[in-house]
Write a protein that binds this ligand. Structure first.
Ligand code: TRP
Length: 452
């Protein structure tokens, strides 16, 4: 295998196309929905700092490694890892890493699609003017009503999953590249408008204080784990999504530069979302730790009171839907690529099978918000359990394996050849990937287990 071998699934038409798709995968519900609500649940500033540190010291080096492995292996993550293990003459069981990733992507998509469904439901609420002149209690009621209705949630979840599978069926180039090109900048603009509104809302200083002044006494072992897990989740790392996208990357594209761009854009979107939301939370005397409903209980207040709010409201939820779509595609792509390579079935069938199974699990997730909300394991409902298992455990574990493989198993001459970095840059990456990233993940795991 050399980096000039093209992938059987097609290739990105350019470096720019890859950047768009990978940024589309990274920027999603994780940035706009999840980051604010977990920041609220974990006390603010200190949590945000740990998260930013994890992105810089763990996320960026692992993203470079994951893209590199994908481009060198040129197949679905499972087959890529097997090929690369053979090339490095190490245990073929490294292929299991691909398996874990495929399963993680599948489990994430099951709940991701449900939340994306909420965003779709809110497009229509915005369109029909439901936000006009509302107060905190009314928007909360609106959200609670959606939560209480399995039918509505299943309807939107079904629509979202059907659209995702439709896009995945068309293959990697059709539509996806073009869509992200316009949608990302538009999302940026609307977030900036929301930030401007938040600045005028009166509680801006309080919101900024909450987000950026760290109070480390508030941080627990579990908060550190959540922050680290979120660094993986938001960058789409640790399960082969970025690996599979990397496998469609033409040779001789600078992986490091590309990574900096993606991580920068992703972080910027998350921080903007936080800066837009928390001032609203304080201005309206809302609770910071309400959980997954946070954006749905705050942003409608802004849209309901600002001038042009109807238009911005509709646009915002449409863009959130597209941001979710470009992410969900990457969650299922490893499974689809593997089915096509190994089970000898065509792309369409692979999509129908994997999509249907994922949809079924998503229906159970919907029930965890209402009829099964009392059903808990380890004090977590199904949604919380899936989220914890994937984001906090499977992704960091996958990332740890990727770091160990890239830093210790693979021939370093091969890594050098793929990355084409100046000597100092390569050494810095090597240090992070060999020592810092694996040690950090390991220590956080030990800390959570109470060993440390
Ligand atoms: N990064 C996306 C977000 O923040 C979610 C996502 C897409 C993802 N693909 C992934 C998370 C792969 C983990 C792994 O919304």
């Amino acid at each position: 295998m050399t980096d000039k071998t093209p992938s059987i699934h097609g290739e990105w038409s350019s470096r720019f196309a890859f950047i768009l798709a990978a940024t589309g995968s990274a920027v999603g519900l994780g940035n706009i929905w999840k980051f604010p609500y977990i920041t609220g649940q974990n006390g603010g500033g200190a949590f945000v700092m740990v998260y930013l540190l994890c992105v810089a010291a763990i996320g960026i080096p692992i993203m470079i490694a994951e893209i590199m492995l994908g481009r060198r292996g040129r197949q679905s993550p499972i087959n890529t890892m097997q090929t690369l293990a053979a090339e490095a003459q190490v245990d073929p069981r490294w292929g299991y890493l691909g398996w874990m990733g495929m399963i993680a992507g599948f489990l994430i998509l099951a709940y991701y699609s449900v939340i994306a469904g909420w965003s779709m439901a809110y497009i229509f609420k915005a369109f029909f003017g439901s936000f006009f002149g509302t107060d905190g209690a009314e928007v909360k009621q609106m959200f609670d009503n959606l939560m209480a209705s399995p039918i509505q949630q299943i309807f939107w979840h079904t629509v979202f999953m059907a659209i995702t599978m439709q896009v995945v069926m068309r293959g990697i180039k059709g539509g996806l590249e073009k869509a992200v090109r316009f949608l990302m900048p538009a999302l940026f603009v609307i977030l900036i408008i929301l930030v401007a509104y938040a600045m005028a809302s009166g509680s801006y200083a309080q919101g900024i204080h909450f987000l950026f002044s760290p109070d480390f006494s508030k941080i627990t072992a579990d908060a550190v784990l959540t922050a680290m897990g979120h660094a993986f989740f938001t960058l789409s790392l640790g399960m082969g999504a970025i690996m599979v996208y990397g496998s469609y990357l033409p040779g001789h594209v600078s992986i490091a530069k590309t990574t900096f761009f993606i991580a920068g854009a992703d972080t910027a979107v998350a921080l903007l979302a936080g800066i837009a939301i928390f001032p609203l939370v304080f201005a309206n005397n809302l609770e910071v730790a309400v959980g997954p409903g946070l954006i749905f209980q705050t942003l409608p207040l802004a849209f309901g009171h600002m001038s042009g709010g109807w238009l911005f409201g509709v646009l915002f939820f449409v863009l959130l839907f597209f941001a979710a779509l470009t992410s969900s595609i990457s969650l299922i792509e490893p499974a689809v690529a593997w089915l096509v390579e190994n089970k000898n079935i065509d792309r369409q069938k692979a999509c129908v099978w994997s999509g249907t199974a994922c949809w079924g699990l998503g229906v159970a997730v919907v029930f965890s918000f209402n009829v099964w909300s009392g059903f808990k394991i380890f004090d977590k409902n199904l949604f919380e359990l899936l989220d914890y298992l994937t984001a906090n455990l499977m992704l960091p574990l996958g990332g740890l394996c990727i770091a160990v493989f890239a830093g210790w198993m693979m021939k370093q001459a091969h890594a050098e050849q793929e990355l084409e970095l100046p000597a100092q840059g390569f050494q810095a990456w090597q240090f992070l990937i060999k020592y810092v990233a694996p040690a950090a993940v390991f220590l956080v795991f030990l800390h959570v287990l109470g060993v440390l």
